[in-house]
Design a protein around this ligand. Structure first.
Ligand code: MN3
Length: 212
């Protein structure tokens, strides 16, 4: 992602049919090219008349929207969050075959949840219990402590760092799975790019500030 305004839609990092049959090309195309694109466009439109905020990073906009003028505050909260969440969502998926977490993430998952299957159960419970639209995320803090968080709408888990986020807005699955959110979750789980999630975790650990 660009670090500040004007934001651009990141291209889908794989062809539209890569994730079939778990997520079909039509559903993926709508989700990326229409929904994700709309968050990017709306965010730019909101910020355009406010050059004072053109230097703000996406993370700053997501976390400090309360400091924005009244008339764009809610819009920026929703659309900056939508950009942030979707950017990670699409980047952390890949074509089958299924992969598995790598060190040091695998050890952190065992210590925190018991096993990868236990993590799946916990994350699935979170995804299924989001009321209405939102996200279920595997997160880490700056010290590498893992947790599962749910957020509503397009809020983000910041200042926690999301490693992986499951979009449970109906637009993410209704075209293909209708009301079957659990089936969509299972399909999404098979598409997780664990090597990339693991690399993200390892990278965050390496750049963490020293514990005072
Ligand atoms: Mn979505």
């Amino acid at each position: 992602m660009e670090s500040h305004y004007p934001f651009a839609l990141p291209p889908l990092p794989y062809p539209y049919d890569t994730l079939e049959p778990e997520i079909d090309a039509k559903a993926l195309c709508f989700h990326h090219d229409k929904h994700f694109a709309a968050y990017v466009d709306n965010l730019n439109k909101l910020l355009k008349p406010y050059p004072a905020y053109h230097g703000w990073s996406l993370e700053q906009l997501c976390q400090n929207w309360v400091d924005l003028p009244d008339e764009i505050r809610l819009g920026v909260r929703n659309n900056a969050g939508g950009v942030f969440n979707h950017d990670l969502y699409f980047r952390m998926l890949r074509a089958l075959p299924p992969s598995s977490p790598q060190p040091p993430l695998d050890g952190a998952i065992r210590r925190t949840f018991g096993s990868v299957d236990d993590l799946k159960t916990a994350l699935k419970n979170a995804a299924l219990s989001v009321f209405g639209s939102g996200w279920a995320c595997l997160c880490t803090d700056r010290h590498g402590n893992l947790s599962i968080q749910k957020v509503a709408n397009q809020d983000t888990v910041l200042p926690l760092i999301p490693l992986l986020c499951c979009d449970v807005w109906e637009h993410a699955y209704y075209l293909q799975y209708q009301n079957r959110r659990a089936d969509y979750f299972d399909a999404w789980w098979r598409l997780i790019d664990w090597p990339q999630v693991s690399e993200r975790y390892a990278g965050l650990l390496q750049s963490r500030p020293p514990i005072p």
